[in-house]
Design a protein around this ligand. Sequence first.
Ligand SMILES: Nc1ncnc2c1ncn2[C@@H]1O[C@H](COP(=O)(O)OP(=O)(O)OP(=O)(O)O)[C@@H](O)[C@H]1O
Length: 218
Amino acid sequence: MISLRKLSVLREGTPVLNNISLDIALGESIALCGPSGCGKSTLLKTLLGGCHWKEGEFLFEGDKVTAATIQKIRKRSGYIGQENALGGVSVLDAIKQPFQFAAHRSRLFPENEMQRLMQMFSLSEELLERKPSSLSGGQQQRVAIIRVLLLKPDMIIADEPTSALDAETRDAVIQEILATGRTVISTSHDPVWLSHCDRVIFMDNGQIMKEERDVRYG
Ligand SMILES: Nc1ncnc2c1ncn2[C@@H]1O[C@H](COP(=O)(O)OP(=O)(O)OP(=O)(O)O)[C@@H](O)[C@H]1O
C-alpha cells in the first residue's frame, strides 16, 4: 500500500529523517517506537503530506506520491494527533465536524455507532454537551479517536493514541482500532499497544534501526 524508498526529510533545514525505507501492506498494523525526538511524528506527518522529503521516493498503491495522490491518501486516512485540537462549541459539534467537510457531506452521521463507541470508551453521554476544552486529556483523546472511527477510514495514522488512557479504555481502543483488520500506522511507547501491532519499527536519530514482529511484552 505504502512504500518509502531511501526517504530523507529536513525540518527547518535540519535533517530529521535519513534514508528511511519501509513497506506497509494493506491491513497491516505498524508501530514506530524510539526515543523522543527521533523522528516518529515526522514520519507520520510525511505520510499525510505535512513534511516534504528532499530525497528518496514515496509510493502509494504503486504510484509516486504527488500533490494529487497525497489528497487520495488523506481522503482514505484518519489522523489521531498528539494534540487533539477539538474545535466546536460542544463535544458533539466536534465529533460531527468532519461530516460537514466536502469529502463526507453526503454521509449520514452514524448516531448509533457514536453511542456504542462512547459506551465502549467509558464516556458518558452527558459529555456531548460540554465544551471540548473542559474535558480531561484522556477524555479528549477518546473523543478524537471516536471522531476518526466514525469516518471508517481504510487507514488510521495515530500518534501515541493511548498515551492518556487507563488500562481499561486502552484495551477498548486497541479492540476498535487494531482488531479490525484495517491499516494502522502509529507511534507508541505503550507495551500493550505494541504487542497488538503486526510489526514494531525501532527508530533512533532519524533512522530505522530494526524491526520486530509478534512483539510480546510483560
Ligand atoms: N515544526 C518543527 N520544526 C522544526 N523542527 C521540528 C518540528 N517539529 C519537530 N522538529 C524536530 O524534528 C525532530 C523529530 O521530531 P519528532 O516530533 O518527529 O520526534 P518524535 O520521535 O515523534 O518525538 P516524541 O516522541 O517526543 O513525540 C526533533 O529534533 C524535533 O525537534
